[in-house]
Design a protein around this ligand. Structure first.
Ligand code: MSP
Length: 504
């Protein structure tokens, strides 16, 4: 059986969930739902990154212990995950015991392999990014990300990252699909070619983290702990276990461009050093700005996804996020564009198609799927376009081309709307010629079969709205497999009602 392992980053708990978090989780959910409908065995992992200085400082500012703070904040992320209808299989917290065990096991493996040594770290650190920076990267006392940096000097364990330059380059050369999109792949390759320095992987100045095995005066650097989450969820260190064996070879990590280096350089190096294969594929998406500006708390322009959901509905927002920007590129969020998109693609194109065909048939066609007569060329053409979606959409999902997935479906929606306009089933109804009435049945049958295809394929994007359309069409079989069976004549329709209201 085909398997798929789809992961989101685990989110820091130092603030409330925002559009950036929603974006990655929705994208992962769309993929997970698609592959389940395609018959794959899917594991969809998400969770929270609860250790490190950033969370510890936020807890201190809130006057709470890090654990109490994490226990409070995690509920916001769990609520977000539910509110956006993410069909996750595992929600992992790095404070869980199984995760501590996994992170320690990985550390020990690296130690046994001679990949860890003790020394002193002296350099710049940005708590906001939980990242080390080179002297040459610091501009006016700040990291290239704009984060404030502090000078750090302490005893630290190091990972021999420098030894992994060549193995990483060889790996990426032999696995061109391991890193996407292509621009990001090139970025990572040139970063590695620029030379890798050994990485400081422990801290002594605070204790909110996973204790270093055998040396309780150190906690692990939050990124080594955090990255391990992807294998904790598969039962690591039990690499011979069924879960690990079934899912790790099919792993896909989704993450934003800001954390690409951690995933595409450190993580594969840790894994290779521990004798494990790197993730199958890493896909790094872009960033959303708001009305052209970077979203930030200090600018007060952070988009609140919950308000958007309350105003416009969840499924329209999910569709917009996937449709508006090619997955991998940056995008600009504006409420006007969201409204335009909802009105044009959802209310006008898909909503109208479903509504006019279904309510006409409900009232004038006996409220059931009509019997088709002989198919004409234009009928066959439209049906062929709908049938061809299977292959096109499969390729889109294999490459995480989520925007293309939407565009391809809406291509068929557009064809179907043009077909309705050309075939005019309502005029056929007015004719007294029985041939016209038979033709009306054929036209409606063709349209309903196309709507069935479309609604089955929109399920990953808009689970509830698609379910409503399929309910109205009287369809219980909703997997991609179901499309192999012809639409059944005589199936009763349920009373139609508009699925996508227009936004005034
Ligand atoms: N805890 C780390 C990830 C560890 S994974 C082993 C982390 N957390 S985060 O909460 O800061 O960010 C999580 C994700 O949100 C990242 O993929 C990041 O790119 C994404 N986004 C944060 N702001 C964003 C936008 N404005 N737009 C799109 N995504 C953005 O990093």
């Amino acid at each position: 059986m085909t398997t798929r392992y789809i992961t989101t980053p685990i989110y820091y708990l130092n603030g409330e969930p925002h559009l950036g978090h929603v974006y990655t989780t929705v994208a992962a959910d769309v993929l997970a739902r698609y592959w389940r409908l395609a018959g794959a065995r899917v594991k969809f992992l998400t969770g929270t990154d609860e250790h490190g200085q950033k969370v510890a400082q936020a807890a201190e500012a809130a006057g709470e212990t890090p654990q109490a703070y994490a226990d409070k904040m995690v509920t916001l992320f769990q609520e977000m995950t539910c509110k956006i209808n993410a069909s996750y299989d595992v929600f992992l917290r790095t404070t869980e015991e199984r995760h501590h065990l996994a992170a320690k096991a990985l550390w020990k493996k690296l130690e046994e392999a001679g990949q860890i040594y003790q020394s002193t770290y002296a350099g710049w650190y940005a708590v906001r990014d939980e990242a080390y920076y080179e002297e040459s990267e610091i501009v006016e006392g700040r990291a290239p990300t704009g984060a404030p940096v502090e000078w750090m000097e302490e005893a630290s364990y190091f990972f021999r990252l420098s030894a992994w330059e060549k193995p990483l380059l060889d790996y990426y050369e032999a696995h061109p699909q391991a890193l996407a999109p292509i621009g990001r792949r090139n970025e990572v390759l040139s970063f590695i070619k620029g030379g890798l320095r050994d990485l400081s992987i422990s801290r002594t100045k605070f204790d909110w983290g996973v204790a270093v095995p055998g040396d309780a005066s150190h906690v692990m650097y939050v990124w080594i702990d955090a990255l391990t989450n992807y294998i904790t969820a598969l039962g690591y260190p039990n690499v011979g276990g069924e879960e690990f064996q079934a899912f790790w070879p099919e792993s896909l990590h989704l993450l934003g461009k800001d954390i690409l280096r951690f995933h595409a350089v450190y993580w594969p190096a840790f894994l290779m050093a521990a004798g494990l294969p790197p993730p199958k594929r890493i896909f790094s998406h872009g960033w959303w700005t708001h009305e052209g500006e970077k979203m930030s708390k200090s600018l007060g322009n952070v988009v609140d996804p919950f308000k958007l959901i309350d105003t416009y509905g969840l499924d329209p927002l999910r569709y917009f996020l996937m449709r508006e920007v090619p997955f991998g590129q940056d995008g600009n969020f504006s409420e006007d564009v969201l409204i335009q998109r909802i009105n044009s693609d959802l209310a006008n194109d898909l909503g109208n198609l479903a509504q006019r065909v279904l309510s006409f048939t409900y009232k004038n066609g006996g409220a059931k799927i009509p019997e088709p007569g002989e198919l004409l060329r234009e009928d066959r053409e439209l049906l062929a376009k709908a049938a061809h979606l299977q292959e096109t959409l499969h390729n889109d999902m294999e490459t995480q081309a989520l925007q293309a997935y939407c565009r391809h479906i809406w291509g068929v929606v557009g064809d179907a709307n043009r077909y309705v306009d050309a075939q005019k089933p309502w005029s056929l109804k007015k004719s007294s010629d029985p041939k016209d009435l038979a033709r009306m049945g054929t036209v409606l049958y063709v349209l309903m079969d196309v709507i069935r295809h479309v609604a089955i394929y929109t399920q990953p994007l808009m689970p509830d709205a698609s379910a409503k359309i399929l309910d109205q069409l009287g369809q219980d079989a909703r997997t991609f497999e179901a499309l192999k069976t012809p639409l059944k004549v005589g199936t009763p329709l349920n009373e139609p009602s508009p699925v996508f209201p227009r936004i005034a």
